[in-house]
Ligand binder design. Structure first.
Ligand SMILES: NC(=O)c1ccc[n+]([C@@H]2O[C@H](COP(=O)([O-])OP(=O)(O)OC[C@H]3O[C@@H](n4cnc5c(N)ncnc54)[C@H](OP(=O)(O)O)[C@@H]3O)[C@@H](O)[C@H]2O)c1
Length: 225
């Protein structure tokens, strides 16, 4: 972690430890963001499809596309921490298939994993937020995703982008960031129709950027070049 992010000046709460809730904590980016937050002395609660893969982390399991499971995960976080200072949405899934060969069920599931999940998390985690809480969503450069075999994913990321922009305008009182990422070297790319581009970022660089956005209160659409 860069030295400036280890500063003692990180935001702290009155009388309780600063707490983050990371959705998708078992993914390549979720893990790196968790590590970066912990290095900044933040208590991290994690949510993953399989909590057993999150050894050493306070965690619970949930399919984020399933509303009752998201509600239960948020209730768990409320019981564990009371309030959440940093909410990170780091879940999502890529698919590799031509649109003509993508069934309705496959499209619905992919969009649910990428978009509905963000919506459910936002709604059910809302009671855990304080006026100073910061929400961060991971997005993509949607205009650069229009490749063959990537249509379902590109559509989902475009929807998430527009959804997040509207959320930010509707809820101006809350700190919200859509952190748009270029290619990052994570397991997501195992499902890509082409190899990971040269010069892809490391997950650790994204973790550091998330901490920077929170610490410096960078809100709105933030492009990580
Ligand atoms: N890596 C990149 O180049 C890149 C670039 C731009 C944006 N992003 C976005 O960043 C986010 C994180 O990606 P990543 O690179 O960390 O990918 P990753 O390593 O594949 O991790 C994604 C995580 O999301 C979880 N997930 C997906 N659907 C879920 C659901 N319905 N319920 C619970 N968990 C679910 C996955 O769990 P399972 O394995 O159990 O499905 C996985 O742990 C994604 O939204 C991705 O689109 C990534």
């Amino acid at each position: 972690m860069p030295k400036e992010l280890q500063s003692d000046a990180l935001p702290v709460n009155h009388g309780r430890m600063t707490t983050a809730l990371v959705f998708g904590a078992a993914g390549g980016l979720g893990r790196a963001i968790t590590t970066a937050l912990q290095a900044a002395d933040v208590r991290v609660l994690g949510v993953a499809r399989e909590e057993s893969v999150l050894t050493g982390l306070e965690a619970t399991s949930a399919d984020l596309a399933d509303e009752p499971q998201v509600a239960a995960a948020c209730l768990w976080a409320a019981r564990e921490a009371g309030a959440i200072d940093v909410l990170v949405f780091a879940a999502g899934r890529m698919a590799n298939a031509p649109l003509a060969e993508t069934s309705a069920a496959a499209l619905q599931q992919l969009w649910a994993d990428n978009v509905l999940s963000a919506h459910l998390v936002t709604r059910h985690a809302a009671p855990l937020l304080t006026p100073t809480s910061h929400r961060l969503f991971l997005g993509a450069y949607v205009e650069k995703l229009a490749f063959p075999r990537l249509g379902a994913y590109a559509g989902a990321k475009a929807a998430l982008d527009a959804w997040a922009r509207v959320l930010m305008r509707e809820e101006r009182g809350l700190k919200t960031t859509l952190l748009r990422l270029p290619a990052v070297d994570t397991p997501l790319w195992q499902h890509a129709p082409f190899p990971l581009p040269k010069g892809a970022l490391t997950p650790a660089a994204v973790g550091d950027e998330v901490v920077r956005c929170w610490r410096e209160e960078k809100v709105g659409v933030v492009d990580l070049a």
